[in-house]
Write a protein that binds this ligand. Sequence first.
Ligand SMILES: NC(=O)c1ccc[n+]([C@@H]2O[C@H](COP(=O)([O-])OP(=O)(O)OC[C@H]3O[C@@H](n4cnc5c(N)ncnc54)[C@H](O)[C@@H]3O)[C@@H](O)[C@H]2O)c1
Length: 267
Amino acid sequence: MNRFELVGRKALVTGGARGLGAGIAEALARAGAAVMIADVLEPEGKATADAVARLGVISRFVRLDVTDEADWEAAIAATIGELGGLDVLVNNAGILIASLVVDVDPADVRRMNDVNIVGTLLGIKHGLRAMRPSGAAGGGGSIVNLSSAAATIAFPAIAAYSATKSAVDRITRVAAQESGKLGYGVRVNCVYPGFVPTGMGLGLADDMARFGLAADPETALADVIGVTPLGRLGEIADVADAVVFLASDASRFCTGAGVPVDGGMGM
Ligand SMILES: NC(=O)c1ccc[n+]([C@@H]2O[C@H](COP(=O)([O-])OP(=O)(O)OC[C@H]3O[C@@H](n4cnc5c(N)ncnc54)[C@H](O)[C@@H]3O)[C@@H](O)[C@H]2O)c1
């Protein structure tokens, strides 16, 4: 038996319409999992679910705003109803609003806190409730949260965002402790991606130039590569493969762990 395989598993990926979430959904599907794409972006999310289904697994879309508790209840119920269970939850949805500290807008900080912290916490809450032995799915499983290298190093222009990703890191540990001690059968881990040129990553490079932290966006990206021992930016598949590992039985004795996927940038 290949312990990295996910054949027969049912996965829910938040923020799965595009970027890292879409890549994670694809990698889970290639490992054999059925996948529910959950996002606020409906046409993009449906298109991604269709693309994932063409890999030969069941894949569906559900509209989910991760800050909304009723949405979470409906998304978990839809996953169990349409895929036949829930074994893997990837809390990937997140937002980044860059700012210099001297210009920080409290509304932006509150919005990031809501999506990145409250959204992740609600996901873990409803994921654990569904996957624990008394839950509607009931078979245990794996939760993987998207933290960031920004939780481990200081990176200019993203003070508030970095704080939310540090929160995701700490929440992961506490959830893993509670789940383990209470016998839920659910492992909870996180990844710390480095800089990946998705919409979010490229937007940050633009902001770095706008704030005078780099001559232009290309220089901002080159500066990141310069502090990355493996000498390149991250690729979506780099992060997705680490998530597949944490979702699978290959990581069966890992819980409360954070895996850097950053080419060494965060060490
Ligand atoms: N790109 C990077 O360099 C990088 C690095 C480290 C960590 N991350 C983290 O990885 C995750 C994915 O980032 P990305 O680069 O793919 O970003 P992205 O902006 O390309 O995609 C984010 C996705 O999340 C969705 N989303 C946003 N708010 C939502 C909400 N309230 N409810 C449901 N879905 C919502 C968006 O619609 C989008 O599909 C984020 O948590 C991000 O913080 C990204």
